[in-house]
Design a protein around this ligand. Sequence first.
Ligand code: SF4
Length: 661
Amino acid sequence: MSAPSTTPRSAVANSVWPRLEPLLPQVAKPIQYVGGELGAVVKDWDTAAVRWALMYPDAYEVGLPNQGVQILYEVLNEQPDVLAERTYAVWPDLERLMRAHEVPQFTIDAHRPVRDFDVFGVSFATELGYTNLLTAIDLAGIPLLAADRSDADPVVVAGGHAAFNPEPIAAFVDAAVLGDGEEAVLEITTIVREWKAEGSPGGRDELLLRLARTESIYVPRFYDVDYLPDGRIQRVVPNRPDVPFRVHKRTTMDLDAWPYPKKPLVPLAETVHERYAVEIFRGCTRGCRFCQAGMITRPVRERSITTVGQMVREGLEFSGFHEVGLLSLSSADHSEIGDMCSGLAQQYEGTNVSLSLPSTRVDAFNIDLAQELARNGRRTGLTFAPEGGSERIRKVINKMVSKEDLIRTVVTAYTNGWRQVKLYFMCGLPTETDEDVLEIAAMAHEVIRAGRAATGSRDIRCTVSIGGFVPKPHTPFQWAEMARPEVIDNRLRLLKQAVNADRSLGRAIGFRYHDGEPSLIEGLLSRGDRRVSAVIRRVWENGGRFDGWSEHFSYQRWVEAAAEVLPNFGVDLDWYTTRERDELEVLPWDHLDSGLDKDWLWQDWQDALGEYEQDDCRWTPCFDCGVCPAMDTEIQIGPTGRKLLPLTPVNGLRVPSDAQQ
Ligand code: SF4
């Protein structure tokens, strides 16, 4: 087997390829372990001052498109004396063979052992990737526990949204970065480079201390956690005088200065997304109370229309992708989204490039944008996310959408030619009752009825997709109790019956849902503390792998591990999940500063219980969530006044002329 690469494998001195290659014919999808994709980089090992192994802890097909890893990979490799390579979770078939043949966790770029790198950075989008972290550390030959590592082991650094509460994996990671990674990885690189150049004074401990002193890198070993007799946390305090009491998140303020990825990776094997994705802004102030991403990425920072246009042009030219995704937490909210969509649509009209926008906002404007982007004749799916079934529960979660708005919007989509829309909801929300969920059925029926009346056609469908609610740290719902899985499952069963009660309408409605068990475990991991490390380890020892995949996830395995481990600490699974916290409880992540004021979060939680809505501060006065003063900034929205036009057709492909810049 061979793969394209800028450096021949034989020239890579420490490559495990000769030992790995004979194993690959025995595993599923061996191409995922080969590397050498367009956009991949292999640099000289010996001349690199700092070497990073970057991991997305899931299979290649999920991990490769991950924007966070792609951005950091490129940012690091642009540094002349820095080398970054990627590694992904290996499937259990290869894991078994690697253990039998003593092949360590390897990078797919040059197949180097992960243990040889200076830093092992792992980006977590979901807590269900924690067991895959343990597999990778163990396969790499790195001691599982951070406390057992020597100077010869890489520094294991966690990042991504799940790192905003890294306490459940505190035993396994040496450090965690809160917030945006672009500048943080360069700062870590500088510290590692200097420490190595000085001859590694003070060993691993000194290096970690230097990282901790930045005040934006959390090093769990320098903090002690004391507990009250009832199991709650009494306090979390530094155990050394020279580390900060609170660790602050990193925020990249000027997205135009960081236009990555410029050279997107083009996968060799099938992946979940094969497109060029451009993040058009970061942060969201809509204030949906369940949304951790919206809360922890504040304030809003827009990428200018000019930079977006340039990124799209260069990214497509480099990669040859035919699809562009304009991503963010609520893309239709970009202050220049209309100009951006019409400019790009005009630019790529008549080409084979399709443009898409995640379509979750429930209003007709969203359909206008989708119409604009569909000029090439390719309609992407429309998904609207009312999130809650009843008006009451939508007030609780601060999703300001009326039933009339939703029906009007979906009917507009049908009359504009869409035959199928997807409606996204959550189940298990705070204060939710069966009746709140059953209103989803009434809403779906009405959507189909109104759609048929407006179009005169029975050829319309909607899919109701339901996810389980998980209360997340740094959100107003961080104090909320979770519903038990059997409650969720019963509500979903009732809902399905209600959808199908009218067979003529029910046939036009698809129904997709996740049962409640994985959500409960995600809840344990999201709001867990250091004691949960022992549960994760026991699950992993008992075979837990790929917990984000329903075919691999075992609820029983988690329940048994929790029942075995947690009573030693006087707590249990319910204590972490279905228990409501009170205002004064010290939360495991209170010393990790997302910029949000805890008093404001509590007030917003009280507002949720009072069914009181909060506006979006982009268009109303500030309501003092605390982020902007903490960042010494303000929300950044356009207009920039710079347009994508005029356009110049080149070789039949319309591209923007340089004159526009
Ligand atoms: S500090 Fe004010 S303006 Fe800034 S994100 Fe919070 S509410 Fe909005």
